[in-house]
Design a protein around this ligand. Structure first.
Ligand SMILES: *Cc1c(COP(=O)(O)O)cnc(C)c1O
Length: 371
């Protein structure tokens, strides 16, 4: 038996201290150059991220929510348009649709917790303009099926890939399947900065140009105002930190996949649990495990029990699907998603976990079931 010890759900200070000297060097360099807004570190980061993801354009923006809003605006989605999104997502996905004047249409997810293509097809109406798959928990949906539906009904795809940087489906990066994809660099995200940050990616020159203008007061490369815009920039200090962290990002992903494999190996025989797909379950998905979301019957009891033993878990999105907030979805009923929200639990998943931590979590979960 491992000794009782604390395994917090996330650990900002340990993650900072692990590379404190290097972070301080990056900060010192940027600050002493006085390079705060739209400077070379942002350009470098955008270029490096574009190379990493295999896309033409990356545009750093203020955060993941604004990334979605700008992607929708740049695509011309607005009043009278419907956008189909899964109800199992962060409220920000739906809010971004709402704030461009369009209507979010919420649908079910399927067994891997990602948008259900059958439900998408059923939700298409004359007013549908876009599908917004949410690449949740670090997994990319089966984009073959979704792209087929989009083509059939002449819809655009905008991926909310806030949780899936570096995740792939059939070798292609999350965020790169539709007209635009978005990322969040919120501190607890896969690639986190020291505050808010986000990006839009696209292979479409016109959309990239639109977002370039939108994020900086409609100003073109010469600084002239040529369109309506707003202020929605990724600041250069955060970009420098992100650029630095990107260099070792593949190791971070490898570690997350290793932890997922340990959970799978240690918990697969516990009949009371439903585990997420494992890292080597199939050839088409490359999952990066932003989260490790299990399903369990006595969820709240297990959560309390683990807390007693110092283990932090989280019920994603405050335990409510988007249609369960008081936001005007009273008539929407999504039984599969509602059932999932009674059962879903996130286990600790981050790069500061030791093998011993993971082993301890597994041991305590087995202890709860007396196995
Ligand atoms: C984090 C997140 C967002 C929003 O990102 P912010 O940077 O916090 O604005 C949007 N969608 C999903 C699925 C997320 O997890």
């Amino acid at each position: 038996m491992s000794k009782r010890h604390d395994v917090p759900f996330f650990n900002y200070s340990v993650l900072f201290k692990a590379r404190e000297d290097e972070y301080m060097e990056v900060l010192h360099d940027v600050l002493s150059r006085g390079a705060y807004i739209l400077q070379s570190d942002l350009e470098d980061f955008e270029k490096n991220l574009a190379d990493f993801l295999g896309v033409k354009h990356v545009l750093g923006v203020a955060d993941g929510t604004n990334a979605l809003k700008l992607a929708l605006l740049a695509t011309g989605i607005g009043v009278k348009n419907e956008v189909i999104i899964p109800a199992h997502t962060y409220v920000a996905s739906a809010a971004s649709v709402h704030y461009v004047g369009a209507t979010p249409v919420l649908v079910e997810c399927q067994h891997d917790h990602l948008i259900d293509p059958v439900a998408v097809r059923q939700a298409v109406t004359e007013d549908t303009r876009a599908i917004m798959p949410v690449q949740l928990n670090g997994r990319t949906a089966n984009m073959d099926v979704l792209c087929e539906i989009a083509e059939e009904y002449d819809l655009v795809i905008i991926e909310d890939s806030a949780q899936a940087l570096g995740s792939r489906f059939k070798g292609r990066s999350a965020g790169s399947f539709g007209v635009a994809g978005t990322f969040s660099f919120y501190p607890a995200k896969l690639l986190g900065c020291f505050g808010d940050g986000g990006a839009v990616i696209t292979n479409n020159d016109e959309i990239a140009e639109n977002i370039f203008l939108l994020r900086d007061h409609g100003r073109n490369k010469d600084g002239e105002v040529v369109a309506w815009g707003t202020n929605c920039r990724l600041d250069n200090v955060q970009a420098a930190i992100l650029n630095f962290k990107l260099k070792t990002y593949e190791q971070d992903i490898a570690r997350r996949r290793e932890i997922a494999a340990m959970y799978q190996e240690g918990l697969t025989d516990v009949d009371q649990l439903v585990l997420p797909p494992g890292p080597n379950d199939d050839q088409v998905h490359f999952d990066v495990y932003q989260n490790y979301e299990i399903e369990v019957d006595c969820r709240d009891e297990l959560k309390d029990y683990l807390k007693e033993y110092g283990i932090g878990t989280i019920i994603q999105f405050g335990g409510k699907a988007v249609h369960q907030y008081p936001l005007g979805f009273e008539d929407v009923s999504l039984p599969f998603t509602e059932q999932l929200y009674k059962r879903a639990l996130l286990l600790p998943m981050h790069t500061a976990l030791s093998n011993n931590d993971v082993g301890y979590v597994i041991e305590r979960i087995r202890g709860f079931y007396r196995i």
